[in-house]
Design a protein around this ligand. Structure first.
Ligand code: GLN
Length: 255
């Protein structure tokens, strides 16, 4: 068999980049469970598809906080991981608050969602103070909320993911819910709400990772980052075939 059949077509000349978007992952060493790191990978790939150059940065306990960050993501963690980062996170509270108030797009999942709020009182009674960016509070319970989740959101359509947490979160008047749960529990076992929205922050209990199955959320973060940095966003042509398959599959999963 000739080699020719396997040869790749000549590379297309690279289009000029529309610019660089700096994506910062908060505490990937300690806060990164159920594939949350995949959220940063999706943002990088979709940025490329939209014609932008992604720059992925990481911030862990004790690091220097990078300047000129355009988009922030943070994942979930065990209660023990949350205890490891708590002091460092508090020392960054005013910088993160400033970025949030200025409209920096952010995605915070589960453990960091809780710590972007006022506090997380764990099941064993330790109070982990949060940075108060979000008007929420969280109380650990003996009931773990585990399983697949479908959220109905006016802003983003249906959002699919997976939850596993002991903390139950209640929202104050300063935030809106991300949506309501059609399957699964979400913020707590009483009000049928999931996640929170404030400024350009999307906060959610959903892992999976979340963004591979929810490109509308990824593109909201990217569009917001591009508009803030360059004044406008011109979309490219993402290949959403795998996202569509993943959504179909996830929607069929039992609770
Ligand atoms: N440790 C927290 C809880 O159990 C967060 C868990 C998570 O990030 N999945 O509520």
């Amino acid at each position: 068999m000739s080699h020719a059949a396997h040869e790749l077509p000549p590379a297309e000349p690279a289009a000029a980049s529309k610019g660089t978007i700096r994506v910062l992952q908060l505490y990937p060493r300690d806060m990164n469970i159920y594939g949350d790191w995949g959220n940063a990978l999706v943002l990088a790939q979709r940025l490329r598809w939209h014609g932008y150059t992604p720059e992925l940065l990481e911030y862990d306990v004790g690091d220097e906080f990078p300047a000129d960050v355009d988009l922030i993501v943070g994942g979930g963690g065990q209660d023990s991981g949350q205890l490891v980062i708590q002091d460092d996170l508090l020392s960054r509270a005013s910088a993160l608050k400033q970025l949030a108030e200025d409209g920096t797009p952010m995605l915070v999942i589960c453990g960091l969602y809780q710590l972007f709020g006022k506090f997380f009182k764990t099941r064993t009674g330790s109070v982990i103070p949060g940075i108060g960016v979000l008007d929420i509070e969280t109380h650990g319970t003996d009931e773990r909320l585990i399983g697949n989740v479908t959220v109905s959101s006016v802003e983003f359509g249906s959002i699919l993911g997976y939850e596993n947490h002991s903390g139950q979160t209640s929202l104050g008047p300063g935030v809106e819910p991300l949506g309501t749960t059609a399957k699964g529990t979400g913020n707590n076992s009483s009000d049928g709400q999931e996640g929170a929205r404030y400024k350009n922050i999307v906060a959610s209990y959903l892992h999976g990772s979340l963004l591979p199955k929810n490109p509308a959320l990824a593109d909201f973060l990217i569009r917001t980052a591009a508009e803030r940095k360059f004044g406008s966003f011109t979309p490219g042509t993402p290949d959403d075939r795998f996202a569509a398959l993943a959504r179909e599959h996830a929607a069929r999963r039992p609770r």
